[in-house]
Design a protein around this ligand. Structure first.
Ligand code: FAQ
Length: 328
């Protein structure tokens, strides 16, 4: 399914060998000084390539991420929950627009990005390939998946590429509302009837492993981290972000009387690091290669949306041309 070519190999640094060493040094000095790199600035082609990969994947994740929650709009329990969920799903799609625009500044067109998503060449977050069976699954996503996204995005918003950082600032502001909404939904379920509590616990059991995968493979298996951290595209390693998430959210989950489905989970107070059971990394790799429970369905829904929206894009193009054509 995945056709990305260099999957899971260290990115070849041959591009760097061909770069002008003086320009490369100036670029790295600017990053070291904490300056932002802007689209018209000189940058090594590998920096451009890596940013496109990461921002594009992030954009796809937002748009595909709207799907599992989106299926709950018609079934949300009550009008207020329905309105909030509609607004949240709209926000996620809006985040994709911001991210695609940021990636476009690096030279890849939106059409190319969408084509690469639909062909399976580009990735999107593992977690959105799991089904949202019950309302509690939707509550889990709104609280804890958004929480994970915020940990990652707050860190990377301090990174080096101006357009990505500015998009992340805006996204984080909106995500913090999602987090409050999601937390409220989970509190309501976890402090509700026996059936509601059971539903919430079952959702937590289903989503915990994909949530551990969400931050990426363990540092020792990560292929891009070293270079991306050097160039301040990533501002924390995968393990550090996972650890930060556990630090912040394990107490909040336990406070609600929910059980985390990992008997090995414990914090080493000396190192400040969490120890957790193997979340089955083989499953992670299978899912991101296209073989998860909902990969085919997610891409098919996107393909249909693309097909049905074609006439709108064509009409917009025609309207644009009509507008600039001088009257006879
Ligand atoms: N899923 O060397 P690393 C959201 C791939 S937004 C799929 O460690 P890297 C909002 C990785 O691409 C969620 N693939 O990679 C929302 C690479 O393969 P490649 C998305 C993954 O880039 C909430 C290979 O594994 N957020 O949720 C994943 O240094 C609620 C090796 O991995 C972002 O995209 C994964 N989880 O670190 C929406 C943030 N992890 O490309 C709706 C920006 C790794 O060589 C509802 N991205 N892979 O073929 C990042 O921060 C980084 O790209 C990481 C991965 C941390 C995700």
């Amino acid at each position: 399914m995945y056709g990305g070519g260099t999957i899971f190999e260290k990115p070849e640094n041959k591009d760097l060998v061909n770069e002008d060493p003086v320009k490369l040094q100036e670029f790295e000095d600017r990053i070291e000084r904490g300056e932002k790199i802007e689209p018209s600035d000189w940058m090594p082609s590998l920096y451009r390539k890596q940013l496109i990969r990461m921002i594009e994947q992030h954009g796809h994740s937002e748009i595909i991420g709207a799907l599992p929650e989106g299926t709950w709009i018609t079934r949300a329990p009550g009008f207020r929950r329905k309105m909030a969920l509609i607004a949240k799903v709209q926000d996620e799609v809006g985040h994709a627009q911001l991210l695609y625009s940021a990636a476009e500044t690096l030279g890849k067109t939106r059409e190319e990005m969408i084509n690469d998503l639909l062909s399976g060449k580009s990735k999107y977050s593992n977690i959105f390939n799991y089904p949202a069976f019950t309302w509690a699954d939707s509550c889990f996503i709104s609280w804890l998946v958004d929480a994970g996204a915020i940990v990652n995005q707050l860190a990377n918003a301090r990174g080096s590429y101006g357009p990505y950082c500015r998009a992340l600032d805006r996204i984080c502001a909106e995500e913090s509302f999602h987090l409050k909404y999601g937390h409220h939904c989970v509190i309501y379920m976890a402090t509700g009837t026996d059936i509601q509590r059971k539903m919430m616990q079952e959702a937590l059991n289903r989503w915990w492993k994909p949530m551990m995968h969400f931050f990426g493979p363990p540092d020792k298996m990560s292929v891009h981290t070293e270079l991306l951290m050097k160039w301040k595209v990533k501002m924390a390693t995968n393990d550090d972000m996972r650890n930060q998430f556990l630090d912040m959210y394990v107490p909040k989950i336990l406070e609600l009387g929910l059980e985390i489905p990992d008997p090995e989970l414990r914090k080493d107070e000396e190192t400040g690091k969490w120890h957790y059971g193997d979340p089955d990394w083989d499953e992670f790799y299978r899912v991101i290669r296209g073989d998860g429970p909902c990969n085919a369905e997610r891409l098919e829904v996107r393909r249909i949306a693309e097909e049905r929206g074609q006439w709108v894009r064509e009409a917009l193009k025609k309207a644009e041309t009509a507008y600039v054509t001088p009257l006879a």
